[in-house]
Design a protein around this ligand. Structure first.
Ligand SMILES: NC(=O)c1ccc[n+]([C@@H]2O[C@H](COP(=O)([O-])OP(=O)(O)OC[C@H]3O[C@@H](n4cnc5c(N)ncnc54)[C@H](O)[C@@H]3O)[C@@H](O)[C@H]2O)c1
Length: 394
């Protein structure tokens, strides 16, 4: 079915992501029903949204009437039966397979038979959640990034049973919300959480080997690479508990591929309760800023650090294309709009030259003799043929 402006949207789970998704849908004129299993959470979600929107009025980014329109279109409900008129439902409850399956089973008995069902899961497979449904063809993954109203990217993930029309309908409605959509195969980490792993993993490896400290690696990635944040600052911001868990789950899901190996340095931070900014200490000390050391701003060292991390990121991006996870265009869009990289990774490779990137990886392979540093066949092909990723036909 087609989903237009008149479509009624449902959101299950009124936490961080659910509240954000409800805000977006309502901003674009949809009537929204939002449900949460826990008392008090709906009230919290409502108050949180009112506060955010009030600030928009103060900053003169929105008018009072726009804000009251958004708030009035959202209905906070404590029964799923209120979803009986929904045309599309987004699920954003805790990341637990059984909990998600239970909610979808209940939901399927309530919503109209042509209602599109979407999960915002970050790490569960779309196939596993869909197994509970009688009509899995209307179900798919629609993965927003945090904060959902601000982050442009939304990954669209069809499962093995998803109908083409479901993908089209979901993509249409998300596009109409001025988002950038990238279609990804139902594989661990989808695009962003898979391709971004070396940003953290290779930085941690360089750190663990003692090649450079955290401020130096962050400096190199920002000043020479043009990234908005360095890997250590970013891990401190995300929280090491969250970031380590994602790395561990991707590592396990890829049958312990050494490319995704978690680091002891980060594990120890988690064990020590030094979770980053939220606990005032991680790789950096946020209580006593004077305790943090200055970076070594040696340009040659900085360039080496950037080349190594970037080569590993590009290799991962090439792998996502090679394994048909997503197209060259969608992999680049995903990294630009999902994690704000200064450039798409494959576009970056085309600019530097695949030969150069391949040389960096082959040098690492020679040095370490580890499978972690195996160059992707597509990167090799691009280096040999000189055909750029963005010009190649598949
Ligand atoms: N936070 C992020 O950065 C982020 C980004 C992308 C995707 N996600 C995914 O989005 C989902 C929600 O994450 P979040 O960060 O918003 O979590 P959250 O903890 O902020 O919110 C989850 C909400 O779901 C409710 N809930 C829990 N179990 C429920 C149930 N059985 N039925 C109905 N409601 C239930 C909770 O009361 C809570 O309000 C997860 O699947 C997560 O993996 C999170």
């Amino acid at each position: 079915m087609s989903l237009d402006k008149k479509a009624t949207a449902g959101v299950i789970g009124a936490g961080t992501m659910g509240t954000g998704i409800a805000q977006i849908a309502s901003t674009f004129g949809h009537t929204v029903f939002i449900y949460d299993a826990y008392p008090g959470q709906l009230e919290k979600s409502k108050e949180g949204l009112e506060k955010i929107l009030k600030r928009q009025v103060e900053k003169e980014r929105m008018t009072r009437s726009e804000v009251s329109g958004i708030l009035n279109r959202i209905h906070y409900v404590d029964h799923l039966t209120d979803f009986k008129k929904c045309d599309i439902v987004f699920e954003a409850i805790i990341e637990d397979l059984q909990a998600k399956k239970d909610q979808f089973a209940r939901l399927e008995a309530i919503v109209p038979k042509n209602c599109t069902l979407a999960t915002n899961t970050s790490s569960l497979s779309i196939a596993s959640i869909s197994s509970i449904l009688k009509k899995p063809e209307r179900f798919l993954g629609v993965h927003f990034f945090n904060p959902a109203p601000l982050m442009k990217l939304v990954e669209i993930i069809p499962g093995i049973s998803t109908a083409e029309s479901t993908v089209k309908a979901a993509k249409n409605i998300i596009d109409s919300w001025e988002k950038v959509t990238a279609v990804a195969k139902d594989t661990p980490g989808f695009i962003v959480n898979r391709v971004a792993r070396p940003f953290y993993g290779e930085a941690l490896r360089i750190y663990e080997e003692g090649i450079a400290d955290a401020p130096t690696i962050d400096w190199a990635m920002k000043e020479i690479g043009g990234f908005k944040m360095g890997p250590f600052e970013l891990m401190d911001l995300i929280g090491h508990d969250v970031n380590y868990k994602v790395t561990e789950s991707v590592f396990e899901a890829f049958y312990y591929d050494p490319r995704f190996k978690p680091s002891f340095a980060q594990k120890r931070l988690v064990e020590a309760g030094r979770l980053g900014k939220k606990s005032s200490s991680g790789f950096y000390d946020y209580k006593n800023l004077e305790n943090n050391s200055e970076p070594n701003t040696d340009k040659e060292l900085g360039q080496k650090i950037l080349n190594r991390i970037l080569a590993m990121l590009i290799n991962e991006a090439a792998d996502a294309v090679y394994m048909n996870i997503a197209t060259v265009q969608d992999v680049d869009l995903a990294m630009k709009y999902g994690v704000n990289y200064p450039k798409g990774l494959l576009e970056w490779c085309d600019d530097i030259g695949a030969r150069e990137v391949l040389n960096t990886i082959q040098d690492l392979k020679k040095t370490y003799s580890e499978d972690r540093y195996r160059p992707n066949p597509m990167l090799k092909k691009s280096a040999q043929s000189g055909i750029k990723f963005h010009n190649a036909q598949r």
